[in-house]
Design a protein around this ligand. Structure first.
Ligand code: FES
Ligand code: FES
Length: 175
């Protein structure tokens, strides 16, 4: 495809497009996207994984968080084309309504969410924290979730959910 060298559009006047391949929640998926499209847009609009949310679109809220090759990222800050070939885990890959992960169960039991818009960021941040710190203090939990905004809970119930998830994981590990 011949492209303009200054405008970022092809000679036909359309933005350049490409096919990308991702492994999403263990499943190989392909998507057609424009080079300028954000990863969060492709995840939601082309792959129909709507539990990854769009909030601020500038990296502040964390609603678009997912795991890319094992690292949590804010998918509104990445072009989809740059993720070509990557392993992606979205919040859908953490558990199902029928089979919640222990972390999701703790959020459920402790009213750790209301609308759920912020859950991708909080769940991935909590998961990362508990993986390296089995017994986090409330201060450590608050530090770990600092890049995520919640408009509903006032955060205390999120902190409680994460503290209890860590405690439950320790109980299981000691059994
Ligand atoms: S939508 Fe990505 S951080 Fe807010
Ligand atoms: S539960 Fe609504 S934004 Fe956090």
């Amino acid at each position: 495809m011949s492209m303009s060298d200054t405008s970022g559009v092809t000679e036909s006047g359309q933005p350049p497009r490409r096919t990308i391949t991702l492994t999403v929640n263990g499943e190989r998926r392909t998507a057609e996207c424009e080079d300028r499209q954000l990863l969060v847009e492709v995840i939601r609009e082309q792959l129909h994984l709507k539990a990854t949310h769009v909030g601020c679109l500038n990296g502040d809220c964390g609603a678009c968080t997912l795991e890319l090759d094992g690292q949590i990222v804010k998918s509104c800050l990445l072009l989809a084309a740059s993720a070509d070939g990557a392993e992606v885990r979205t919040v859908d890959g953490l558990g199902t309504p029928q089979e919640l992960s222990p972390l999701q169960e703790s959020f459920w039991d402790n009213d750790g969410f209301q609308c759920g818009f912020c859950l991708p960021g909080h769940l991935f941040a909590a998961r990362d924290l508990i993986a390296v710190n089995a017994d986090p203090t409330d201060e450590e939990i608050r530090h770990a979730i600092a890049g995520n905004l919640c408009r509903c809970t006032g955060y205390q119930r999120i902190v409680t959910s994460i503290r209890e998830a860590a405690a439950r994981a320790r109980t299981v590990a000691e059994a």
